[in-house]
Design a binder for this molecule. Sequence first.
Ligand code: ATP
Length: 283
Amino acid sequence: MTAEPPQVESPGAAPLLEVRDLAVRYGRAVQALRGVSLRVDEGAIVAVLGNNGAGKSTLLRTISGTYRLSRAFVEGGSVRLAGKTFTGADPGRLVTAGVVQVPEGRRIFGRLTVDENLRAGGIRQRDRAERARSKERVLELFPVLAERRRQKAGLLSGGEQQMLAIGRALMASPRLLLLDEPSLGLAPKVVGQIADVILEINKQGTSVLLVEQNAEMALELAGYAYVLELGRVSLAGTVEELRRTDEVQRLYLGGGAPDLAGQRGERRRPALARWTDQARRAG
Ligand code: ATP
């Protein structure tokens, strides 16, 4: 059955990214994604939550075409951008089409300077004027990178390296930015700075698909979110809906707290329909 990716965030908006029934394997033994469907509307920030091994990075790698580098293969399903199919396309084609991934762990070039890292990000941008505009935008967003332009990237702090990784991705002027755990290993104050930057990037017109284990941060930023469990979407909804579910409270927001509404005798808010139920109704 084909699951219709739900979207209730902005009813009139056009889908930028549509992932349908994506099934991805690493070799014979590991099935990392088992029929994942999701959608990112033009101008949206969409979050994907999930525990270790849920399939979040595999999902982003499959969308960006970089999955082959980790010897994964697509068994079924599709990835569409602005109505065109890109399933299995090479990463370069996706960058040209406007999809750029910031991988988990930053992967900046430590021996190159900040400037050289940024230049590498803009390598597929042939239009010099556009490249210059992108660089100006990046240095405005991250003044610390402007100060450290000639410094080796490996000498930057973890937060600065994350900023550089995002800045490098922005050099390709993406329509859709894929962010894999940008808060990983960063102090709370720095996480706050990264969150502000993500909001600003989105305000300037870039759609964002954000994978995070830091659910608090992700649900602050996103309008719509999906929960991945063992390679399947187990929950999907607006962040307001997801925040109200027992599962998200318990597993991701540290809520083991007593149910105050229940104690006051108020009617409990309904738990969000399981994704599988939604898919069944849509199918
Ligand atoms: P994490 O937050 O720990 O990175 P994740 O949600 O991003 O977790 P994935 O990294 O996508 O999850 O992993 C999904 C499944 O695929 C896991 O069972 C993982 O062990 C497996 N997997 C991931 N990368 C590879 C690989 N290169 N080779 C084999 N199996 C892999």
